[in-house]
Design a protein around this ligand. Sequence first.
Ligand SMILES: [Zn+2]
Length: 280
Amino acid sequence: MKAIRIHAHGGVEQLRLDELEAPKLGPHQLLVEVKAAALNRLDIFVRTGIPGVPLPVIMGADAAGVVREIGSQVTRFKPGDRVLGQPGAGCGLCQQCKDGRENYCLKYGIAGEHFDGYQAELIALDEEVALPMPTRISFEEGAAIPLVYLTAWEMLVNKARVKPGDTVLVIAASSGVGSAAVEIAKLYGARVIATAGTAKLEKCWLGHLAGQLALACQGRAVDSLRQHQRSRSKVRFAVPVSAAAIGDRFHDGTPWRSAACLEACRGRKIARHCRQSVSL
Ligand SMILES: [Zn+2]
C-alpha cells in the first residue's frame, strides 16, 4: 500500500509517498480502506519539527473510509461499513482512560504525531476509536470532522462549560476548529461573535455559518472585542483557536495567550489546540 510519510523534519520536500506492507490486523481492530484523509495545521507542525515525533511516521490525524476486514473480537462493525477514525488514544488502563478522559492520560497520543497516522491507503483502526459514518456525509466531509471537533468540544464543553446565555468569541472562525466552535457553541445555546479575515468572513457569513453568528468582525480580534464591549453586553470568554492567525495580528510580540485571553476571558481557564493551557 502507499502512504505519505516523513523521515526527517523540514519543508514539503520531506513528504514521501512510500510503498509499505499493509498493516497487520489485531483482534480489536478494523482494516479500513481510506477514502479521504484530512490535512490539519498539526500536519505542518509535525512536518516542520514538533518534538516527540517518532520518525519515520505516516502523516495525518483524520480519515474516513470503508471497513474491509475486521479482527476476531470486533463486535460493532462489519466489512462494508463507512467509518471515521478519531485520532486520540490513551493507554486504556489508567484512571483517566477508565473515566473517559483519555486526553489526560500520561501516554495520550495523536495519530500522525505520536504514532502512525491515517494518510495511507489502508489503516488498522482500533474499534474503540472508530465511529460509524452516516451515508449523507461524503468521505471528504467526514475526514474533516474528528480532530477539529474534538479540539473545539474539549475547549467549549469540557473546559469552558458553555451554557445557554454565554457569549463566545471565536477567533479565526473560518478555520476548522473555529467553524466547529461556532456550531458547538450554538448547539449549547450560546451567542457567538466571530472574527476572521475579510474574504474568509464573507465565506462564513454566506456559507454554512450563515445565521449562526450574533456578530462577525473583520481583522483584529481584540480591537473588535473592545468595540463590541463598549456597545453591547460583556463577553464571558473567548476561544483562541489559531495561534498563527492571532499571532499575525500582534506585531508588538505580545504572547497571544495573555493578550487575547486577558482581554476576553474574564478569568476563565481554557485550553487551545496542541494541549497548551491558558492560565489567567
Ligand atoms: Zn491512560
